[in-house]
Write a protein that binds this ligand. Structure first.
Ligand code: A2H
Length: 253
């Protein structure tokens, strides 16, 4: 944990269709006219064009919290307490939980991913999602996150084992950011460091650090409204754009 607070962008991925297990578990618990959002916390809002799925920890517990009359968020209890404290919910004080749900029951849910070339993506499992960081929900950008690339590759390879449809993990990975090394930095580093699976934690940590530094300091946007601009410059602009559109909000911890 650093000394400075981490300033995340929490995205709003609207649920379009619940996985059958989730629909069953949530029956009658959420007002029919409300929208429900999975809210991944990210440090790389400028990469959101490249979302291909949304990860939850299959063994983690989530809550569905009332943000306002018409909006509910799927996040950990811990994140809900922080959000209530930060004035993100309409009502102050103890967060109002409409339902509990296990990560495993969310797998297969179809959500809308703001800005993404793939506007509809699936919720998929990732064992390494921590309950103690962010919202416990992580949006997946395999072009720029080695962890995400290693995980989607694994999911596509072993779809049956993970109980998912192979095609959910096989959405095209599009170049988002050009760096001196590559326009698909995460896949490049995963291959270069010979990372074979999400279990190669040591190499993944190295890849993550390299990707983050090179992407942030030397990256140039290859797509989107800020195409041609440096990542450093585009990052806050993409963030503001998402927040203004009601597709994200500031969250820190
Ligand atoms: B980042 P930091 Cl493209 N458990 O978003 C595990 N990882 C989590 C998490 C949790 N509970 N909550 C957030 N994260 C991930 C995009 C991204 C991210 C890219 C490249 C690097 C990257 C798409 N995934 O993070 O420990 C989220 O993934 C590498 C630093 O607070 C979030 O940003 O520094 C990042 O880790 C936050 O990590």
């Amino acid at each position: 944990e650093g000394v400075l607070p981490q300033e995340y962008t929490a995205l709003k991925l609207k649920v379009l269709e619940w996985a059958p297990q989730a629909a069953e578990a949530l029956k009658g618990k959420i007002p029919e006219d409300a929208s429900v959002y999975l809210c991944p916390a990210t440090l790389r809002p400028e990469t959101m064009y490249g979302q291909v799925c949304c990860f939850v920890g299959p063994s983690l517990s989530y809550g569905i919290f009332r943000a306002s009359e018409k909006e509910y968020f799927v996040i950990t209890d811990r994140a809900a307490r922080n959000m209530a404290y930060q004035g993100i919910f309409e009502k102050e004080g103890v967060p109002e939980k409409a339902a509990d749900i296990k990560g495993s029951d969310l797998i297969g849910t179809l959500v809308n991913a703001p800005l993404s070339f793939h506007p509809q993506v699936r919720v998929l499992p990732m064992e390494s999602v921590l309950a103690t960081k962010g919202t416990g929900v992580v949006t997946s950008v395999p072009s720029d996150s080695p962890d995400d690339y290693a995980m989607v590759t694994e999911l596509a390879k072993k779809a049956d084992f993970y109980g998912i449809k192979k095609e959910w993990a096989e959405l095209e990975v599009t170049p988002i950011i050009q760096t001196p090394t590559s326009d698909l930095l995460a896949p490049y580093l995963v291959k270069k460091l010979k990372i074979a699976s999400p279990k190669d934690a040591k190499q993944l940590l190295e890849a993550k650090e390299l990707a983050y530094k090179e992407g942030f300091y030397q990256g140039v946007m290859k797509v989107g409204e800020f195409k041609g601009e440096k990542v450093e410059v585009a990052k806050p602009k993409v963030r503001d754009h998402l927040i203004k559109n009601g597709e994200a909000f500031a969250y820190s911890e």
